[in-house]
Design a binder for this molecule. Structure first.
Ligand code: FES
Length: 127
């Protein structure tokens, strides 16, 4: 499947939505996504890049409804906000610490994503 970043909806190339707590690495053209299942059966699709030091979030795990980066343990809520600051990382602002979250919708076994454009130098705003 060819990915675009024009704001349009695209079907994720996966056979089935992730189960609650499951994290998948999904390629959409030149973009990589961490796609994970929430406890209520929802699906999240985030850029597969931790805002801390760029580790793949798809290598993390879901714990208590949060995605935990496998590299240094930063935790993000379902909106992509970092919620457990580490003592050594307090200088990082909240804006710098958000994962890029893409809008998703689920239709049966299909998951659709509307990816936001990746702008060089862009500050990701927490929603
Ligand atoms: S790279 Fe994710 S917590 Fe450090």
């Amino acid at each position: 499947m060819t990915a675009t970043t024009d704001g349009g909806w695209m079907a994720l190339p996966i056979a089935a939505p992730p189960q609650p707590g499951e994290v998948l690495a999904v390629a959409m053209g030149d973009r990589r996504l961490a796609v994970w299942g929430t406890s209520d059966g929802g699906v999240q699709a985030w850029d597969d890049r931790c805002p801390h030091r760029g580790a793949p979030l798809s290598a993390g795990r879901v714990r208590d409804g949060q995605l935990v980066c496998g590299k240094h343990g930063w935790r993000f809520d379902a909106c992509g906000h970092r919620i457990v600051p580490r003592e050594a990382d307090r200088a990082v602002s909240a804006l710098d610490a958000c994962a890029r979250v893409h809008e998703t919708r689920r239709e049966g076994t299909a998951v659709w994503v509307r990816m936001t454009a990746d702008q060089p130098g862009e500050v990701i705003e927490c929603r």
